[in-house]
Design a binder for this molecule. Sequence first.
Ligand code: AVJ
Length: 320
Amino acid sequence: STLEGLKLVQRDEGGVVTAFREDVLRGLAQEQKAIPARWLYDDAGSQLFEDITQLPEYYPTRAETEILKGQSDSFANMIAPGCAVVEFGSGSSVKTPLLLSAIDPAAYVPLDISGDFLRASAKELAGKFPDLPIHPVEADFMGQVQLPSDVAKLPKLGFFPGSTIGNMVARTGVDLLRSMRETLGEGAKLLIGMDLIKDTDVLEAAYDDAAGVTAQFNYNLIRRINRELEGNVDLGALVHEARWNDDYARVEMHLVARRDLDFTVAGTQFSLAKGESIHTENSHKFNRRTSAMMLLAGGWEPQARWLDSKGLFSLILAEA
Ligand code: AVJ
């Protein structure tokens, strides 16, 4: 499978459409049809994900926020004051200020591939922390990133919340962790959110909510294909499904065909037999050992681990 939850590399509109078309045509030609999860996150998809974080069934955002709020003293004890916080992905409106308030850093460096997101979140943070130097960097953090010289001498804390690492298959996740180590340097720390393995019912409900918002998030990908790639996929023939894959310890999102169906995308014909699916996202879940294994494989030694009060989600501090 080619599924990965990463953001797109090309920035020009034409290039984006070309990359989207290539990924979709390649993914639909596979035995198990699969489209990389990054294409879920256009403007509509990003808004739908924001809506998902508010759902009663979707616990990760609330659980991680609870840890960030409740453990500010622990962070302050374990993380050098005056460090540079390097956030992989632009700061979300809630989580980043909680961390910044807890540890009182000397600088904040948000990394994002989207200059628009970067500018918006840097501006928002600057309003809340008027005395904090902010150095946004527009870059693809899947590779090594050159940090601004202003923060060269400061101790580094990487911040990667949201269990975004869970969107990646192990090989890609380990590659990212190793790139983060290159970017931040030996001796740096990393505070990373990793969602936990739990009851299948709880996991599947988190990705198949009663209000149907996650289903809309999934369908949005097909709407996008129909709109941007001259597709004629009958949305009504597809059912959203969240499926726990126990061998891979991940929740998979699929769009399952209710009936045999034929469709065309960008001039190419495809078909799905009744019951076959298009795999659209992975969300890997971890336990203490598998999260440690993942971090160690990427060059990071776990040092501390915090859970929310219900034991649903983990935030791990590791050292390079
Ligand atoms: C943004 C990737 C962390 O996997 O939990 C939520 C995305 N997909 N519901 C996750 C998502 C469906 C989310 N991440």
